[in-house]
Design a protein around this ligand. Structure first.
Ligand code: FE
Ligand code: FE
Ligand code: ZN
Length: 284
């Protein structure tokens, strides 16, 4: 069965995310490694890394991913923002490596009017600069997240992710994180067996299923193809339970992490409900 988990806060200390995910009953975890809304971020100290690893082991060594800061836009047309983004992503990779986490999830950024092709090229060139500058992070794979395609956001079409992966000099360091809300908003349906099969056949032919390492499981407040990214509790949105049932029972993804990013309060109650909903869809 897949590793069902959730994105958790690191407030009060990185290692506290493990306590939170374990209280919610999760078996996979995503975190930000620093405040996601600030450019400046301290490196991870030895002490922090030690506490993190100890708490990880105690929780059960389940899969963990780091998500990058929302400020980073490697496709930016502004030289200043692109430069800051390169520095910030290099620091993200370094922190992820220090924590011993194998995956850093990131968005392909926004082209801001330059056009899709130019944006993808800028993104790829800047991404390669980051890899070039951080050889010591070579155990970390960057997972490009499928996006809803809001505004000038890149990555809503599987072909765009394939372009980056194929053109990069570091293809082997690149994988994909599939967000169910995002692909649905981008126009990829998977609510019936036929549509499900078609969407994943497309993914396989365009990107390759072996590149798919992790899922974000979110229902969608908005319609298929709306290009608007609004997460909803599992089964309460426009995707609905049948689509999620197809995904969680797909034997190709039986040992993938599937991580919730659904709305929640301080309390783990909402995550618990969503995790139970997902587990109840499993046909053993
Ligand atoms: Fe994301
Ligand atoms: Fe996501
Ligand atoms: Zn989203």
């Amino acid at each position: 069965m897949p590793f069902f988990g959730a994105h958790m806060s690191i407030s009060g200390g990185l290692e506290l995310a493990f306590e939170r995910i374990s209280r919610a009953g999760g078996e996979s975890l995503q975190i930000f490694s620093r405040n996601q809304r600030q450019w400046r971020a301290e490196p991870i100290s030895d002490d922090e890394a030690r506490r993190f690893t100890a708490a990880w082991r105690q929780w059960g060594n389940f899969p963990v991913a780091v998500h990058d800061s929302y400020l980073i836009n490697l496709a930016s047309t502004s030289r200043e923002t692109a430069e800051k983004s390169i520095q910030a992503l290099a620091a993200e990779l370094e922190r992820t490596a220090r924590l011993g986490v194998p995956w850093l999830v990131m968005h392909p950024g926004s082209h801001l009017g330059a056009g899709v092709e130019a944006g993808l090229r800028t993104f790829k060139n800047n991404l390669d600069k980051v890899f070039q500058a951080t050889p010591e992070t070579n155990k970390v794979m960057i997972l490009l997240e499928t996006t809803a395609g809001q505004g000038t956001g890149l990555g809503a079409d599987f072909n765009e992710l394939a372009f980056i992966i194929n053109e990069s000099k570091w293809s082997e360091r690149l994988g994909v994180c599939l967000d169910t809300c995002h692909i649905f908003a981008a126009g990829y349906d998977f609510r019936t067996p036929g549509e499900y099969r078609q969407t994943f056949t497309d993914f396989d032919q365009i990107i390759g299923l072996e590149k798919l390492k992790l899922f974000h499981l979110n229902d969608s407040k908005k319609e298929l193809g709306s290009r608007v990214d609004r997460h909803e509790h599992i089964g309460r949105g426009k995707i609905g339970l049948p689509g999620f049932a197809l995904l969680v029972n797909d034997p190709r993804f039986a040992s993938h992490p599937m991580i919730l990013e659904t709305p929640k309060s301080e309390d783990p109650a909402e995550d618990r409900v969503n995790l139970t909903t997902l587990r109840n869809l499993l046909k053993s």
